[in-house]
Design a protein around this ligand. Structure first.
Ligand SMILES: NC(=O)c1ccc[n+]([C@@H]2O[C@H](COP(=O)([O-])OP(=O)(O)OC[C@H]3O[C@@H](n4cnc5c(N)ncnc54)[C@H](OP(=O)(O)O)[C@@H]3O)[C@@H](O)[C@H]2O)c1
Length: 348
């Protein structure tokens, strides 16, 4: 059996980081993307095999997948790229993973559960910072309170955002917020609720966002009511509230072109990542009034993304996978994130 994995979008900020860390761990992924110059240069730098193709070059895509067992898809926004790669994985019977955080992508992947089971492959979107730590926290809280009916998750990321993260956020700016209510993903206004959250080291005003767990935590835990919060600076909060009224305008072609064109390339440097960190908090409660709270401390978000994604790829290559649509903590348990150096967790 072929025991390699393919990183598609390897020349992006996160793809490059994952590629570098993979090589440092002794892995030899096949790296791919549509930018020939960037992919071949990266392959030369790390002594890896390059494959150059765009996602609509079906023959090349299939040929590349035939050489590997697992795809780690890093080319986002995933609402524009995931479907083609998922279809290719189903067709070629190869496992699919990605680093999306987009609710629509999680749900589109979940809808492929039966086909993935029939193909004997695992489809696991969200193997990055979104959603591995929060998904693990959700499962951990559910284990502590099996009768939970309400789940609230929050994170405080201290660090800079990459080009692709900003591009994806900008693309979705007019779409408002989302929560899970009585089992259904439900639209709410952008910045619907704010509350002060005690992250342990600091208390911070946090705001609801349509984070991936609104989709995934339900698949992982079955808890029917889910809200996710993050810490946003006052200026970002103001923009989010403004988008309630002007979101339609921000979503129009010329505005998007302008906003997307002003996003700087790249992402946090090694030094910035080393200084950054993320704090997480979660609470589960049930109808009898029982409440459990847990907190976590993690390295900076892109560092977590790279290690979490590589840990999952290694598990799949070792034969540790469950066919069908899976979330990280459903397949590997709430302690999966603790396998990353520097991650700690406490229960109240
Ligand atoms: N889950 C998480 O926690 C997490 C963490 C990090 C990033 N992300 C997400 O991952 C994505 C990438 O982020 P990034 O900062 O690494 O982005 P980036 O630096 O902008 O790189 C994007 C990569 O995707 C490729 N790409 C984009 N659209 C494509 C398409 N239609 N067909 C083929 N390739 C395409 C780009 O190729 P070209 O160079 O040829 O354009 C590039 O290789 C974003 O959606 C971001 O939100 C999620």
């Amino acid at each position: 059996m072929n025991k390699r994995f393919l990183i598609y979008g390897a020349n992006g900020y996160t793809g490059e980081l994952i590629t570098r860390f993979a090589v440092e761990r002794g892995s030899k992924p096949v790296i791919a993307g549509r930018n020939e110059a960037a992919i071949t240069a990266l392959a030369e730098e790390h002594g890896l095999e390059p494959r150059v193709f765009s996602l609509d070059e079906r023959e090349k895509l299939d040929a590349a997948l035939q050489e590997v067992e697992v795809v780690l898809h890093c080319a986002g926004p995933f609402s524009l790229t995931s479907k083609t790669m998922v279809e290719a994985c189903l067709r070629n019977r190869k496992h699919y993973t990605d680093i999306t955080g987009e609710i629509s992508v999680f749900e589109a992947c979940a809808a492929q559960d039966k086909r993935a089971q029939e193909a004997g492959i695992m489809i696991m979107p969200g193997v990055g910072f979104d959603v591995v730590p929060t998904d693990c926290l959700a499962v951990h809280l559910k284990n502590r309170l099996p009768s939970a009916t309400h789940l609230t998750l929050a994170f405080y990321g201290m660090g800079r955002l990459s080009h692709g993260t900003q591009a994806t956020m900008t693309m979705n700016v007019g779409r408002g917020g989302a929560i899970r209510k009585d089992g259904k993903i439900t639209s709410v206004p952008a910045a619907w609720k704010t509350r002060e959250i005690d992250f342990g080291e600091v208390k911070k005003t946090s705001v609801t966002i349509p984070w991936g767990d609104v989709a995934t935590a339900y698949h992982s835990t079955g808890i029917p009511n889910i809200e996710v919060y993050t810490v946003a600076p006052a200026s970002a909060l103001k923009m989010m509230k403004l988008s309630r009224y002007l979101g339609w305008l921000f979503a129009t072609g010329p505005f998007q072109k302008y906003l997307q064109g002003n996003i700087p390339p790249g992402g946090p440097s090694d030094a910035e990542r080393a200084k950054g960190k993320t704090l997480l908090w979660g609470e589960a409660r049930d109808e009898q009034g029982n409440i459990v709270e847990s907190r976590m401390q993690c390295p900076e978000g892109y560092t977590v993304t790279a290690f979490a994604a590589l840990n999952v790829a290694d598990k799949i290559l070792a034969g540790n996978f469950t066919p069908g649509f899976q979330t990280p903590a459903k397949a590997y348990g709430g302690d999966l994130v603790l396998e990353i150096d520097g991650v700690t967790r406490q229960d109240d």
